[in-house]
Design a protein around this ligand. Structure first.
Ligand SMILES: Nc1ncnc2c1ncn2[C@@H]1O[C@H](COP(=O)(O)OP(=O)(O)OP(=O)(O)O)[C@@H](O)[C@H]1O
Ligand SMILES: Nc1ccn([C@H]2C[C@H](O)[C@@H](COP(=O)(O)O)O2)c(=O)n1
Length: 491
């Protein structure tokens, strides 16, 4: 999904775009930083910013990249970290002039599109919704009145943050000067002939003057949740290596410092061999121990492996044994499985290390985590199964209110994959409420038939996804009730 946030200086675009990207697992693209980099290079090389030819020559040859470091996104121009240098008053004064040069814009827009190639991006600037990504699924035009923007910027320049402190003060003279500069820049940015600052016709307008950052972020995330992705994921084999994109092809080599993302984005068959062997050993051991302590059985188990296509397996969640049973069973039948797990588990490095090698895909709960959705979609297209617990967390009693998280239907819909319901009973009894010690006991699962979207009657993509969620969970609970009838007393 592409999210475009445009608006005048100081309206909060960077703050909001960064927070939305973090919350939803998307790449953040600060396009203003790119125009600033060109401006900084001009100033540092003694190039007159009114010399359009000389400025264009720099813009055409510079290579701008973004990298993570020191807790923030770093801006790299021709291999040099310019993150700090591009935020000086000197750059502020000249950047509007530089960014008005058509050849500069042409070069920057081309690089921005390249950086956004992977699709999952929150880009902010002045012309994102109108020029750079006119087909972005969500477009926001963020404004705030000039006085509020000048105050925020003045506080920021003095090392404070108007977003986190209501009574943050700044020197009145500085604030006046910043206000003058902002108004001047607004005028230049919105009246230039080339890609002037203006809202896209289909942009949502948000005035942040009296809203907190969190309120604005919530509004954007809500817009994303109702937007329909229009950019299909790159089919398997078409991964690319541009910044922010995901490399999905090629075997991962052992002992090569592969990142966690490498594991989330690659096919299981491309994982390094030593890791796969180690995982196999762990699965055999865990399978044997759990079978011994809690003899488990899957009724109609062949439904899980007789069909080779990728599918989303949804299941009720009562204990940590639930994913183990499915993972062990599918591994023994050679079916690749990606388990979608809550990113809270990633607080422990060793857990992230193990889950990534085991083919897990982390999801940031309570958000539209589109990166996770895309990863799952690609896995399904490759023929891997995706196991997901729509109940979110373990349900310890039938009286507990349960909220179903619907991302699974979107994954299936995007990948044109079916959804398979599975139920489990007995596992809840092995961890009695309030106790850590496990009890021995039998556990039963039951696999249901795959549900295709052709069984769903609703019209429209969103309505069909919602209908699939409902139908799949009804089937899960019907299977669970069948198991309870067959094995009375088991929960
Ligand atoms: N809703 C808000 N309420 C209060 N302060 C905010 C709000 N949004 C952003 N800020 C603060 O305002 C300052 C400017 O925000 P930010 O840099 O995100 O604006 P911007 O639109 O990206 O500006 P520019 O286009 O010049 O880069 C920051 O210190 C930020 O913390
Ligand atoms: N897409 C963009 C982004 C930025 N600019 C110009 C306008 C600003 O004056 C300058 C710096 O941007 P900021 O860092 O303040 O967001 O760059 C543009 O023309 N188009």
């Amino acid at each position: 999904m592409r999210v475009a946030i445009d608006g005048p200086a100081g309206s909060g675009k960077s703050t909001v775009a960064r927070a939305v990207a973090k919350r939803c697992g998307l790449t953040y693209l600060d396009t203003g930083a790119m125009y600033r980099s060109v401006t900084y290079l001009c100033l540092s090389r003694g190039v007159d910013v009114s010399d359009a030819e000389a400025v264009s020559a720099i813009a055409r040859t510079v290579r701008i990249d973004f990298a993570e470091g020191q807790g923030t996104q770093r801006v790299i121009a021709d291999g040099k970290d310019v993150t700090t240098q591009i935020r000086t008053p000197e750059v502020d004064k000249s950047v509007s002039r530089v960014s008005a040069v058509p050849a500069v814009r042409e070069a920057m827009v081309a690089r921005q599109r390249e950086l956004g190639l992977a699709g999952d991006v929150v880009a902010e600037g002045r012309d994102i919704g109108t020029v750079v990504f006119p087909d972005a699924e969500v477009k926001v035009f963020l404004t705030a009145d000039p006085a509020a923007r000048a105050h925020r910027r003045a506080v920021q320049r003095e090392g404070g943050n108007a977003a986190t402190s209501d009574d943050a003060n700044a020197d009145a003279a500085t604030e006046r000067e910043i206000l003058r500069d902002l108004v001047r820049r607004d005028r230049l940015d919105s009246t230039r002939s080339e890609s002037p600052l203006r809202p896209a016709d289909d942009a949502h307008h948000i005035d942040s003057s009296s809203k907190s950052v969190d309120q604005v972020v919530d509004e954007v995330v809500a817009l994303m949740a109702t937007a329909i992705p229009v950019h299909p994921a790159a089919p398997a084999g078409e991964g690319d290596t541009t910044a922010g994109a995901t490399q999905t092809t090629g075997r991962l080599r052992a002992f090569r410092k592969n990142s966690y993302d490498d594991y989330y984005d690659h096919a299981l068959r491309d994982f390094p061999l030593p890791g796969r062997v180690l995982l196999g050993v762990a699965i055999v051991l865990v399978g044997a121990i759990t079978k011994l302590l809690w003899p488990w059985k899957i009724e109609d188990a062949e439904k899980l492996w007789e069909d080779v296509q990728g599918r989303v397996i949804v299941m009720n969640h009562v204990s940590m044994l639930d994913p183990v049973i499915i993972a062990v069973s599918l591994w023994f039948h050679g079916v690749g499985l990606r388990i979608v797990y809550k990113s809270e588990f990633d607080k422990l490095g060793i857990v992230t290390w193990f889950f990534s090698r085991a083919g897990g895909i982390p999801v940031v709960r309570g958000t539209a985590d589109l990166k996770a959705v895309r990863r799952a979609e690609r896995a399904l297209r490759r023929g891997e199964c995706v196991l997901i617990y729509p109940e979110g967390t373990r349900v310890k009693s039938d009286d507990e209110p349960v909220e179903i998280h619907g991302g699974f239907a979107l994954m299936a819909q995007l990948a044109k994959a079916p959804v398979q319901p599975v139920a489990i009973v007995g596992a809840r009894d092995i961890t009695p409420a309030g106790k850590h010690l496990k009890r021995l006991g039998r556990v039963w699962c039951k696999a249901g038939d795959c549900i295709g979207f052709d069984e769903v009657e609703a019209k429209g993509r969103k309505a069909r996804a919602v209908a699939m969620e409902k139908l799949a969970m009804e089937r899960v609970y019907a299977l669970r009730d069948e198991l309870r009838r067959e094995h009375p007393g088991k929960m």
